[in-house]
Design a protein around this ligand. Structure first.
Ligand code: ZN
Ligand code: ZN
Length: 113
């Protein structure tokens, strides 16, 4: 049995890659893809994308069909934009709001891309 060279966990046959590390890598990549758009939003040069389902308005992540709170966005969800300069995040899903505020702080700490 192979061992993952990152976490040293056994990789069950017939898999060739460690799923936990593959997942972590794609999460890190998704997170990285949020930095530039969030910096643009903070600078007033871009808007948040919103998706509304079952009466809840979520913030959509950039480059992936996921909300910031981790829900998979479906095609029939109502699309919208939110201008961060004039709108507040008051009507937004509270989980998305908390996570995006955290992500914006992280993006602000990153060098401009
Ligand atoms: Zn691993
Ligand atoms: Zn949400």
């Amino acid at each position: 049995m192979n061992l993952c060279d990152k976490c040293r966990c056994p990789i069950p046959e017939p898999l060739v890659a460690c799923m936990a590390c593959a997942l972590k890598a794609s999460e890190a990549e998704t997170k990285r893809q949020q930095i530039e758009p969030l910096q643009m939003i903070a600078a007033g040069k871009a808007d948040f994308l919103t998706r509304t389902a079952h009466g809840v308005r979520h913030l959509k992540m950039f480059s992936v069909d996921l909300t910031f709170c981790g829900k998979g966005v479906e095609g029939h969800w109502r699309r919208g934009v939110l201008d961060y300069r004039i709108d507040t995040l008051d009507g937004i899903c509270s989980k998305c709001r908390d996570l995006v505020e955290l992500a914006m702080k992280e993006a602000a700490a990153c060098p401009k891309q």
